[in-house]
Design a protein around this ligand. Structure first.
Ligand SMILES: Cc1cc2nc3c(=O)[nH]c(=O)nc-3n(C[C@H](O)[C@H](O)[C@H](O)COP(=O)(O)OP(=O)(O)OC[C@H]3O[C@@H](n4cnc5c(N)ncnc54)[C@H](O)[C@@H]3O)c2cc1C
Length: 375
């Protein structure tokens, strides 16, 4: 019998296991495949804090109001990334030069102004940029852009290196990690939970559900319903270029995130839809590829001279509210949910720290209210 079982070996599960083991808790992590094979290993590595422009515009005021509590969560999340990167001698490849979102029209600029006001009220320090200021801080951006906004606390980290670094540290701190172990059923016992898996039975006093897009399926094993969604989306990377793009870059005109990696390659994404093949695997959609690259080159004209190296697809986990779901499942004492939709790479370590504390009956080391994130 373990004290705690964590289900899922992505960034959320591995972070949770690390914080529990470091706190001296006996913890076992069960992963269906190998670590970091799903969303945590195929994402764009953006560390987001600002309100994402697309839902801000699409859903409007009621959505924005209910989402505002997440801003404090993401501020904490990126601070924690910085701390972990120092602790692990910069192996997470964290850097924080801020995020820039550019506008091509007056209407987009007005949306950015409204969004920046809310972000400033939440302490994000977002500044509006006119075209001269944009040209000064981001000279690589096209002169066709009329302005933008700058959120100084955003950054990036490596999806290829981060989860494995955290998992190795968790094992060094005493966590057991069991791969190729799919949780198939869960039942309440007198003092915890019994888990039937593809590799036999496990028991634990407490369970943490960090199964990404499968969080809903796992919760349903205890009769609970959660609004968990899954969407295939895609990303591309160029060949290495000389250093050019210093920020995490977005566009208010269309779906776009752009950043240059430590190696010089440029990651081009933003959530363009991919497709599922007949076996349910995500595959790159060529129309999305063309649209994504076109908008990228409109914003950063130098990209027209770069060559595409690779495009790939993955499945992102979502919810309508975009709020993290963190805490004990009502009606299932000792069973916790650790889930960050859409931006779960950014929020992975923070969700792990928070849920690892809650599972020990401790107050998490945060200064914001967790109530809006309760399952
Ligand atoms: C293309 C793409 C780009 C993205 N870009 C960004 C970005 O730039 N910034 C950002 O913040 N976020 C980004 N995201 C979102 C982010 O990657 C995810 O939100 C995050 O990785 C979720 O982490 P997780 O640990 O919760 O889930 P996952 O990484 O999906 O891990 C869950 C794990 O649980 C395991 N599991 C599931 N069911 C079971 C079971 N029954 N038994 C045992 N194990 C099980 C799975 O095998 C998996 O390994 C992107 C996502 C995609 C797909």
């Amino acid at each position: 019998m373990s004290d705690v079982i964590v289900i899922g070996g992505g960034i959320a599960g591995c972070s949770t296991a690390l914080f529990l083991a470091a706190d001296g808790v006996d913890v076992t992590l069960l992963e269906r495949g190998d670590l970091n094979e799903q969303a945590s290993g195929v994402n764009a590595g953006s560390l987001h804090v600002q309100i994402q422009h697309e839902p801000f515009v699409r859903y409007g005021d009621p959505w924005v109001r209910q989402y505002l509590p997440a801003l404090a969560f993401y501020r904490y999340a990126v601070d924690l990334w910085e701390e972990l990167d120092e602790q692990f001698e910069h192996r997470l490849e964290f850097s924080r030069n801020g995020g820039v979102i550019v506008a091509a029209t007056d209407a987009q600029m007005r949306d950015l102004e409204a969004k920046a006001r809310l972000e400033r009220d939440a302490g994000l320090g977002t500044e509006l940029l006119d075209s001269a200021a944009l040209g000064r801080i981001a000279p690589y951006v096209s002169g066709d852009m009329i302005g933008g906004a700058y959120c100084p606390i955003e950054g990036k980290a490596s999806p290829l290196k981060s989860t494995s670094t955290l998992a190795t540290a968790a094992e060094s701190a005493g966590a057991r990690i069991v791969r190729q172990c799919e949780v198939e059923q869960i039942a309440r016992t007198a003092d915890g939970y019994a888990l039937s898996t593809s590799r036999g039975n496990y028991e634990a006093r407490r369970v943490i559900n960090a199964a990404g897009i499968d969080v809903g399926r796992i919760a349903a094993m205890l009769g609970a319903e959660l609004d968990i969604q899954a969407f295939p989306i895609q990303l591309s990377v160029t060949e290495a270029m000389p250093p050019l793009i210093t920020h995490l870059l977005y566009s208010a005109a269309n779906l776009l995130t752009l950043k240059q990696s430590h190696a010089g390659t440029v990651l081009v994404g933003g959530g363009w839809p991919a497709r599922l093949d007949e076996t349910g695997r995500p595959r790159v959609c060529l129309d999305s590829l063309a649209g994504n690259l076109e908008i990228a080159a409109e914003v950063v004209p130098a990209l027209r001279n770069s060559r595409l190296l690779r495009s790939w697809a993955g499945v992102v986990n979502g919810t309508d509210s975009w709020l993290p779901i963190l805490g004990e499942l009502p009606g299932s004492p000792g069973f916790f949910v650790c889930y960050v939709p859409w931006m779960g790479f950014t929020g992975g370590p923070a969700s792990g720290r928070i849920v690892a504390s809650l599972a020990q009956g401790l107050s998490p080391p945060v200064d914001f209210d967790l109530e809006p994130f309760a399952p």
